[in-house]
Ligand binder design. Structure first.
Ligand code: SAH
Length: 228
């Protein structure tokens, strides 16, 4: 098993080669990616692969996103520190930890109780106190805690889910999410201005499906590629 120093140097290399060389430039995002221990969010057997340039399985047929995608989504959502953020798709809790470092309060929603429970435990062990992990259908958002300055969806939606759109703050609320079918999606950045939502399409991506009322039906969605 690698030592802390070895993980630190793998993480530094990940930031240099996978993030900076691909154009991630926000210094706050790079700083956080250098610090958050990604290896703590995967099972012991996969720890040695934690800083590789790929997603990894986390159980329940789900994956922790590739480091570059986590950094890109975080950069696109453009946090300054005071925001209330909703994440849909807690998974391992890694993206939530990154958000905790850059925003005031994070709410994260996961449909699988087992993943939510494990992510909550890891986040607590690492000392994050500005995050609440909820179990439920994130395609409906978490209206009781909203509105949110930022929403980040880490599972692919067939279209922009209406409830999430309306849970953005009216003045400049920002959402980053993959939208598309089971094979290919585009990462979209949605900015709310009153009752107008500006949509910008960025790069093609491939995420596990958002399964829920405003997402895909259970079992008709895709199973991610086996990437390990
Ligand atoms: N952000 C995660 C990556 C998660 S993969 C990380 O950093 O590890 C996408 C996650 O979305 C999976 O855990 C999946 O179970 C969850 N998910 C899919 N549909 C959902 C829904 N409707 N509500 C909440 N979570 C959902």
């Amino acid at each position: 098993m690698a030592t802390k120093d070895e993980f630190d140097s793998l993480r530094a290399e990940m930031v240099e080669k996978q993030l900076i060389q691909r154009g991630i430039h926000n210094p706050r995002v790079l700083d956080v990616m250098r610090r958050v221990p990604r290896h703590e969010f995967v099972t012991t057997e996969l720890r040695h692969l934690a800083y590789r340039d790929c997603p990894l399985p986390i159980g329940d047929n789900q994956t922790i996103s590739q480091p570059y995608i986590v950094a890109l989504m975080t950069e696109l959502v453009n946090l300054s520190g005071h925001e209330r953020v909703l994440e849909v798709g807690t998974g391992s809790g890694y993206q939530a930890a990154v958000l905790c470092e850059l925003a005031a309060q994070v709410y994260t929603l996961e449909r699988f109780p087992r993943l939510a429970e494990r992510a909550g435990r890891v986040l607590a062990e690492l000392g994050y106190t500005n995050v609440e992990v909820h179990v439920g259908d994130g395609s409906q958002g978490l209206p009781d805690m909203g509105p949110y300055d930022a929403i980040l969806v880490t599972a692919a939606a067939p279209a922009l889910p209406g409830p999430l759109r309306s849970q953005l703050t009216e003045r400049g609320g920002r959402m980053v999410l993959p939208v598309g079918d089971d094979r290919r999606q585009y990462l979209e950045v949605v900015t709310r201005m009153g009752n107008r939502w500006e949509i910008e399409q960025t790069i093609p991506v491939r995420f596990v499906p958002l399964v829920g009322r405003y997402g895909f039906m259970p079992r008709t969605g895709i199973v991610p590629d086996d990437t390990v």
